[in-house]
Design a protein around this ligand. Structure first.
Ligand code: SF4
Length: 279
């Protein structure tokens, strides 16, 4: 049994929170560069240049990529041959997030939903845990702002709607979101499962590298078609018009019930902040 001490987990989560909020992943920067080559609108080009410059400044000066430093979402894959020692895992995850937001001087955004009183430390994180074979611990941290989250939706359709209806709905949701989720966006889609599973796989799909297609050819084809349709909406960078509204669309699926086609659309803004590590 491999042992991992909670102190190691606290330190790791703290570092991932700071890195995620200040270092935009390489695949996102490459997607900005590609978008710059495809964009025709002068203001769209300027916004993309600003986003690239902003990301470089944030990285160099270790300041947040965006003022909304988000809620921390933690995805853990825990090998079943690992033993967490020295304390409580959930406490360690809370503490890592608390220290990351404190030491990074990031905005604290979490509060009580009824009283609207800010907790002052950006806890609790939202935690998803998978138990997997082996003795490795993978921790992924996503710091997600709520511009994209608030434009996201879950719907459960009757099966007669079919995939054409589902695809029309995805385009409609993005169209209605307009400039609100700070485009260019990444669209995470979950099809299948049930209410919560669809939402979870939609969010997890955002961890896929930009440009990677679903290995299923039919789903990959849907991703390509949706990307084209969304970019024809003309929302553009910053919502000010242009060819590049969406950098990528990632679809994940899960078996579902005969009575339904669950659909979740999780929109991610241009500040697509996430970091992963394997311990
Ligand atoms: S939606 Fe994203 S880019 Fe826009 S303010 Fe929120 S975190 Fe920042």
């Amino acid at each position: 049994m491999r042992k991992i001490h909670v102190e190691k987990i606290i330190e790791t989560v703290k570092d991932l929170v700071i890195q995620a909020n200040t270092e935009l992943p390489e695949d996102v920067l490459s997607a900005f560069e590609k978008a710059l080559r495809n964009e025709e609108s002068p203001i769209g080009i300027q916004i993309l240049k600003d986003l690239i410059e902003n990301a470089h400044i944030a990285n160099k000066e270790k300041v947040p990529i965006c003022q909304d430093t988000g809620m921390a979402i933690l995805f853990l894959e825990i090998g079943q041959e690992i033993q967490i020692i020295g304390g409580d895992l959930h406490h360690a995850l809370m503490e890592g997030v608390r220290q990351g937001y404190q030491d990074g001087y990031f905005r604290k955004s979490t509060l009580d939903p009824i009283e609207r009183i800010n907790f002052g430390d950006n806890t609790p994180p939202i935690v998803h845990i998978d138990i997997v074979p082996g003795d490795r611990l993978k921790i992924s941290v996503m710091t997600k702002g709520f511009g994209g989250e608030m434009m996201s939706q879950v719907k459960l359709f009757a099966p007669f709607v079919g995939m054409e209806g589902v695809m029309d709905e995805i385009v409609k949701i993005v169209s209605e979101a307009g400039a609100n989720p700070c485009p260019p966006i990444i669209v995470g889609v979950g099809i299948g499962g049930n209410l919560e599973k669809a939402a979870l796989i939609a969010k997890k799909s955002l961890l896929r590298k930009i440009g990677e297609r679903n290995p299923n050819p039919r789903i990959a084809q849907m991703e390509a078609e949706l990307l084209k349709r969304i970019n024809k909406l003309g929302i553009g960078p910053g919502g000010l018009g242009g060819r590049v509204t969406c950098l990528a669309i990632h679809i994940e699926t899960f078996p579902t019930h005969i009575a339904s086609i669950p659909l979740a659309v999780n929109i991610q803004c241009n500040a697509h902040r996430h970091k992963e590590i394997i311990l």
